[in-house]
Design a protein around this ligand. Structure first.
Ligand code: DX5
Length: 236
């Protein structure tokens, strides 16, 4: 019988976490400042190594260069093989939370403990085909569990609505733990409600924020309002 930590259940606030994948990479510092100005709660860096996913993005030095441009939390979504080998570099670059993929680490429990020992938050991401069971025995070490709602590697993909069942399963698993439930991929005005209703409280969006004709501030506020409305409706 697992002894749950004596933790007072909290309502996890809705948070909007932009992915900077669609941003102008020639002006990343200013783009990061603009995201903070637009009212985001944290910024997600999609780190890709060209092995775990067929794409290559941000090294730690890029993130370190952008750190001074914003004060919000930087979280690194490490879509990389053997993430523990790079973890410390991303903490030193200014990331306060590291999200590793359960599929990329044979010693997940040890890796999460190592990240927390570095003084950063630790999260686990699950690809669409990966069952929730992959995190069942490390949930006490998780500050966040990310349910991928696309197959990782690229922005602008279609939301996989069948993942909402998995979001609900994760939300139930972490009910008595201080752990956020995050979704990432295809999150926009038409999909954010389903994700929030299923139990997600941290919503990662890239394309939807940058394609809003009324700008970033409107896009962030609109996503937040839609998620809050669903949550208000479900608690009514
Ligand atoms: C996939 C990436 C994307 C990105 C958000 O590896 O993680 O999900 O953050 O992409 P959009 O919001 O454009 O679908």
């Amino acid at each position: 019988m697992r002894v749950r930590p004596t933790y007072r259940r909290r309502v996890r606030p809705i948070e909007i976490a932009p992915s900077v994948l669609p941003a102008d990479f020639s002006r990343l510092g200013e783009e990061v400042a603009a995201l903070e100005e637009a009212g985001v709660d944290r910024i997600q860096w999609d780190v890709m190594d060209g092995r775990f996913v067929p794409n290559l993005t941000f090294g730690p030095d890029v993130i370190a260069a952008c750190r001074p441009y914003a004060s919000v939390l930087f979280e690194a979504h490490l879509m990389v093989e053997e993430p523990v080998l790079l973890a410390e570099r991303y903490v030193e670059a200014g990331c306060g939370l590291l999200i590793v993929h359960a599929e990329a680490d044979r010693h997940l429990h040890r890796t999460l403990g190592a990240i927390k020992a570095m003084g950063a938050g630790a999260g686990v991401a699950l690809n669409p085909s990966t069952p929730v069971d992959a995190v069942r025995h490390v949930v006490d070490l998780c500050d966040l569990i990310l349910v991928m709602t696309v197959n990782p590697g690229f922005g602008g993909q279609k939301y996989i609505a069948t993942m909402e069942e998995k979001v609900a399963e994760v939300a139930a698993l972490v009910e008595d733990f201080d752990c956020d439930v995050e979704v990432d991929g295809g999150i926009g005005p038409d999909t954010v409600g389903g994700a929030a209703a299923a139990g997600a409280n941290v919503l990662v969006a890239g394309s939807a924020l940058y394609r809003d004709p009324e700008g970033l501030k409107h896009a962030v506020a609109d996503l937040r309002a839609r998620a809050e409305a669903v949550r208000a409706g479900s608690s009514a």
